[in-house]
Design a protein. Structure first.
Ligand SMILES: Nc1ncnc2c1ncn2[C@@H]1O[C@H](COP(=O)(O)OP(=O)(O)OP(=O)(O)O)[C@@H](O)[C@H]1O
Ligand SMILES: [Mg+2]
Lengths: 256, 260
């Protein structure tokens, strides 16, 4: 019941995005990945459900090598994973209710009224009651994001991958979503991988926090450990203060 | 200097490569789509809306074009035949041309603009906004969800719309003959039936079916290979229309060579 990334390499043309990234998400934990914009966090997440295949290295989910699965096995695996896209990726042509219910149709075995009930329940969880009949074009950015989250949790997946679930939300809604992520883990035993830029959220929801930097894992530890770290790159990032990096550069210069 | 000399070869190399890649992409689109046919549970309930969109909604434009084509055909036939050939040959020309050539081809070209653009733009914008990735994560094979219903709808509805267009073209040719050419209905019908073979209709249906296949597949292909945001969607749309229009003309000649 784990997600394991081993020595992941991925390039797009000349751009070497992942350069040997490794990480293990343990059963039932919520792990957060931090990293500068453009460092490859979303790219990393897409490897887990086989939307991208690594140039080198492997991804194991439930012990299965995602890159080498047959199409049918890959789809079976995807049914166990919920994916919250960074920009929601709602289906334009479907209402919010149909967006959220689509995964349930695919899993099968539900009556229409059961699907409707589950959709209502998920929309309630993300604070979007009454939005069933709206279309994505009629939603604000934050509402889209929450609808995307509702879609990901509708099938009660064992794994949830959240790509910046709280970016662009107001502090209150952010807290609601953080609560939801915690609830997923505590009540449903979901194994979660969260990407975020928001340290407050990261501290709130994470069992462990990792940092992706220059294609590799720069840090891995508990929230307390990251608070106490001496690594200037990590410090600069969590404090939002580039001074740490400059200070290091001057010490390097002085040393040379 | 050497690079100059080698330039043609590098050009050939890179273009040869991209062409092989292109063919490979086409191959996988077609095999994936054929494989996706077995997911009836996925595409089954999506077929009806596509039949309406691709077929029913295209009827007005197809009939519009056919009406004017019928008028022009009747007038040009009578102008060409003046004195030399009996007037009822207007019916021959209107019927034969409408059924075998202009009905299928003009309808095909009009729908290449409408449907090809529509399909490429819709799938292309789904591609660039990660909606296709989202489909994948919900365990929907994109080919079953997007390609199969559109291609089936194209293959079913292009011939249907074409038959309607042919009927409309012949009707407007007939009315024109009555109103502007001093012909009688028996005269027109005599011409219409003189060289008519049932095969002509099959010929039209075969052509229209192949046009439906090509237009929807090309639209899906360029949609799926869209990159680069809204601008990319625009590019794909244009390419889909241009390529499917060209393929319609090539196929038109192909069927003529093969079957006539
Ligand atoms: N399909 C692709 N083709 C080419 N380049 C890509 C593709 N996907 C991502 N990249 C590149 O890979 C790098 C990492 O992108 P990614 O989306 O993973 O960043 P990120 O860490 O998620 O950033 P952000 O925090 O801004 O979302 C970027 O430089 C991006 O341009
Ligand atoms: Mg990202």
């Amino acid at each position: 019941m784990t997600i394991q990334l081993d020595d992941l390499h991925k390039s797009f043309g000349q751009k070497h995005v992942l350069r040997g990234f490794s990480l293990e998400v343990r059963d039932g934990e919520t792990l957060t990945v931090l990293g500068p914009s453009g460092s490859g966090k979303s790219v990393m997440l897409k490897h887990i459900v086989g939307l991208l295949t690594p140039d080198r290295g492997q991804v194991l989910v439930d012990g299965q090598n995602v890159g080498e699965l047959e199409m049918n096995d890959l789809y079976d695996l995807r049914r166990k994973v919920g994916y919250v896209f960074q920009l929601a990726a709602l289906f334009d042509s479907l209402s919010v209710a149909d967006n959220v219910g689509l995964g349930l149709h695919r899993v099968g075995g539900f009556r229409e009224d059961q699907i409707r009930e589950r959709v209502r329940e998920c929309l309630h969880l993300v604070d979007l009651e009454g939005f069933e009949d709206r279309f994505p074009a009629e939603l604000s950015g934050g509402q889209k994001k929450r609808a995307g989250l509702a879609r990901a949790i509708a099938t009660k997946p064992k794994y949830l991958l959240y790509d910046e679930p709280t970016t662009g939300l107001d502090p209150l809604t952010k807290a609601v979503i953080d609560q939801l992520i915690l609830k997923m883990r505590q009540e449903l035993g979901v194994t979660g991988l969260v990407i975020t830029h928001d340290m407050e959220s990261a501290y709130r929801v994470s069992d462990r926090i990792a940092m992706l930097y220059e294609g590799r894992r720069r840090f891995l530890g508990t929230p307390d450990e990251i608070r106490g770290t001496e690594d200037p790159v990590v410090r600069a990032f969590i404090e939002g203060d580039p001074q740490y990096l400059e200070r290091r550069e001057t010490t390097v210069e002085e040393a040379s | 200097m050497t690079t100059r000399l080698l330039a043609p070869f590098t050009w050939l190399g890179s273009h040869g490569l991209s062409m092989t890649q292109g063919l490979g992409n086409w191959g996988s689109l077609i095999t994936d789509t054929v494989r996706a046919l077995r997911h009836v549970d996925v595409w089954g309930r999506l077929l009806l809306p596509q039949l309406a969109r691709i077929g029913v909604d295209s009827i007005p434009i197809a009939l519009f074009i056919a009406t004017f084509t019928g008028i022009v055909l009747a007038l040009q036939a009578s102008y060409t035949f003046t004195g030399a050939i009996p007037l009822y040959f207007v019916g021959v020309l209107v019927g034969k041309t409408m059924i075998m050539e202009l009905g299928p081809v003009l309808t095909g070209l009009a729908l290449a603009g409408r449907i090809g653009a529509n399909v490429a733009a819709e799938i292309g914008s789904m591609k660039v906004t990660e909606q296709i990735d989202a489909l994948e994560t919900l365990a929907y094979p994109p080919n079953a969800y997007l390609v199969v219903p559109r291609v089936l709808a194209g293959v079913i509805m292009f011939p249907a719309v074409t038959i309607l267009a042919i009927g409309m073209g012949i009707t407007s040719g007939w009315v024109t003959s009555l109103q502007l050419l001093d012909m009688s209905t028996p005269q027109f019908v005599r011409g219409l039936t003189l060289f008519f073979f049932p095969f002509d209709v099959w010929f039209a249906i075969i052509k229209a079916t192949s046009f439906g296949l090509v237009v929807t597949l090309v639209g899906c292909f360029y949609g799926f290979h869209t990159t680069g945001g809204a601008e990319g969607v625009g590019r794909s749309t244009t390419k889909a229309v241009v390529v499917s229009s060209m393929l319609i003309l090539v196929l038109d000649a192909f069927w003529a060579v093969l079957l006539l």
